[in-house]
Design a protein around this ligand. Structure first.
Ligand SMILES: Cc1ncc(COP(=O)(O)O)c(C=O)c1O
Length: 347
């Protein structure tokens, strides 16, 4: 099957497996794992922050960050289809006691005006105060869309002026920096905390990092223990991360080019593709516009040997490019998808 369901579908490459096998390791809980320490330093520098901590998942990184910026009863402002709002099992409430105020976004983006209005103190005054804004870049639910730098700068400046902390769910930040052709730190350096994920475009089996100031990351260490995320010889995983930064980061541009190639080929074949949506490694396709239910469309595709997946939008499917998908797979998928979704003449 050509697996375009998610960029989490990758398996470690031969080179990454060698790096894992040869990793220098130590007790990570005691901060003695040389590979973890090296990865944390490297990622902190890459993201323009003083320090970073290594955690098993981006969800844990996000959840730790939200706890750092709030007290129970505070309000989290986020775009209403953001990962922290819809895919983290209510963690913001469960872990940090945060009430989430989800705002309608435009391609995953919020405006300064929306944030200003949402951060107005409630009639209960100090009781219930917005203390943290979480943004997502690239934005998963809108199809891997990228925040324009100037707009991001304005929103973050407004949020700071209002006295809120700002967290970036940058699980796919490196896709955003690749698309904008800027250093990742140009995007992430302006936030208080930033999550990046290793198990998506970078092709690692697991792992994520949270970056921020030295002081915040010291507090984050404690939260990591509390979440059960303090590990032992985690260098076997960190080594995959270091390998990915050396060898896979530069390949994200190829994933983006392949998504564009697929989108253009599908549009040429007459499928209703919005080419403007394709800014990184996602291509979205609405089953309803083809006169199909999404489950029928996904089943037909599966039968034809191409895996797409659903999104939060009830009829929308997505194809996601990643390290394990090459040019030939894209050419083949570009033939198979229109064939599988073509109207069928009853027998
Ligand atoms: C934007 C975003 N944030 C966070 C996550 C969570 O990643 P993980 O599966 O590592 O917890 C995902 C996963 O898809 C994501 O898309």
């Amino acid at each position: 099957m050509i697996d375009l369901r998610s960029d989490t579908a990758t398996r470690p490459t031969a080179g990454m497996r060698r790096a894992i096998a040869e990793a220098l390791v130590g007790d990570e809980q005691k901060r003695e794992d040389p590979s973890v320490n090296a990865l944390q330093e490297r990622v902190a520098a890459l993201l323009g922050h003083e320090a970073a901590i290594f955690v098993p998942t981006a969800t844990m990184a996000n959840q730790i960050a939200l706890k750092l910026h709030s007290r129970p009863g505070d309000v989290l402002i986020a775009e209403d289809t953001a990962h922290v709002v819809i895919y983290e099992y209510g963690g913001a409430a469960a872990h940090a006691g945060l009430m989430t105020l989800g705002l309608a976004g435009d391609r995953g983006r919020l405006s300064s005006e929306q944030i200003r209005a949402a951060a107005e103190p409630s009639s209960k005054g100090a009781d219930q105060q917005a203390t943290v804004l979480a943004l997502e870049n690239t934005h998963n639910s809108s199809g891997g869309r990228v925040w324009p730098l100037g707009e991001l700068e304005d929103v973050v400046a407004t949020t700071r002026e209002l006295g809120l902390a700002v967290h970036l769910d940058g699980a796919r930040l490196l896709n955003a920096s690749t698309a904008l052709r800027v250093a990742p730190a140009e995007i992430s350096g302006r936030f208080d905390t930033v999550t990046i994920c290793l198990s998506k475009g970078l092709g690692c089996p697991l792992g994520a990092l949270l970056a921020g100031s030295q002081e915040l990351m010291e507090r984050a260490w404690r939260e990591k223990h509390l979440f059960g995320g303090a590990m032992r010889q985690a260098g076997v995983v960190a080594a995959a991360g270091l390998y990915a930064l050396d060898h896979h980061l530069e390949l994200l541009a190829d994933d983006h080019a392949r998504a564009r190639r697929l989108a253009e080929a599908l549009a040429e074949a007459g499928l209703p593709i919005d080419l403007d949506q394709v800014e990184t490694n996602f291509v979205q396709l609405d089953a309803v516009k083809l006169g199909l239910t999404r489950s029928d469309a996904l089943a037909r595709l599966q039968q034809a040997g191409v895996g797409l997946s659903g999104t939060i939008h009830p009829s929308v499917m997505r194809a996601v490019t990643h390290l394990d998908v090459g040019d030939d797979d894209i050419e083949r998928a570009a033939e198979l998808i229109p064939q599988a979704l073509r109207p069928r003449v009853p027998a």
